[in-house]
Design a protein around this ligand. Structure first.
Ligand code: HEC
Ligand code: HEC
Length: 172
């Protein structure tokens, strides 16, 4: 049987010291694993991870890319099918990380097209004043996750990775 390293008395202190840093950096959300998703869906904005919305939302969005929030984001049939499968397979209702479960619980039966319309996401940001988001030239919209979440691309949204442009770290 493998011996737990942290039970070794000599290693106990370094293990305890390392634990908080390790926890703080545990990615809650799985990073993007499809290169073409990054390319096709990350050209106009941050490439949102599929685990941030349920499969029903992704299906709906992918069926209406010709009018995607006022833009034409239409894909060829092959790429469209491939990316839809990627999004659906990794959607919030098909994974079991803590954040996706919270997203699903907060949604009930609603099918939002925006992550920023998910009640759990809205609630997490409700204390942010306009001054730091919409009226902040370096942010402009809550949709720009990576403007504040410096490790968003790694799927890390925890407080330790937050740095609001012109404001800095967030302590609530
Ligand atoms: C031609 C540019 C363009 C491309 C390509 C594009 N988008 Fe968008 N997307 C937009 C715009 C514009 C918005 C609205 C942004 C806003 O309101 O700030 C948006 C918003 C979104 C949102 C909602 C963000 C929120 O507010 O929660 C999601 C999710 C999204 N896009 C996913 C995708 C996916 C998936 C793809 C690839 C199939 C994609 N986008 C490709 C322009 C694009
Ligand atoms: C203006 C900066 C800003 C933007 C843009 C932003 N966030 Fe946040 N986010 C924050 C702050 C600040 C908190 C912590 C709020 C608190 O604790 O009161 C937070 C909290 C969160 C949390 C909860 C973290 C935790 O550990 O409890 C998640 C998840 C999250 N954001 C995801 C997102 C996603 C996804 C987007 C993009 C759709 C986004 N955020 C856009 C600033 C931002």
């Amino acid at each position: 049987m493998m011996k737990n390293k942290c039970l070794n008395v000599l290693l106990l202190i370094p293990c305890l010291l390392a634990a908080p840093a390790v926890l703080a950096n545990t990615p809650g959300i799985t990073p993007i694993s499809a290169a073409d998703y990054q390319e096709e869906c990350g050209s106009c904005h941050f490439a949102y991870q599929p685990e941030l919305l349920p499969s029903a939302s992704w299906r709906k969005m992918m069926a209406g890319l010709h009018d995607h929030f006022g833009e034409n984001a239409e894909l060829g049939a092959d790429a469209g099918a491939r990316l839809t499968a990627y999004l659906v397979d990794h959607a919030a209702d098909h994974t079991d990380n803590k954040r996706s479960r919270r997203i699903m619980r907060s949604l009930g039966t609603t099918v939002p097209l925006r992550i920023t319309d998910v009640p759990y996401i809205k609630k997490e940001h409700r204390e942010l004043p306009r001054r730091l988001v919409q009226d902040n030239d370096k942010v402009k919209s809550l949709s720009n996750c990576d403007a504040c979440h410096t490790q968003a691309v790694k799927g890390i949204y925890s407080e330790s990775g937050i740095n609001i442009p012109g404001h800095g770290r967030w302590d609530d």
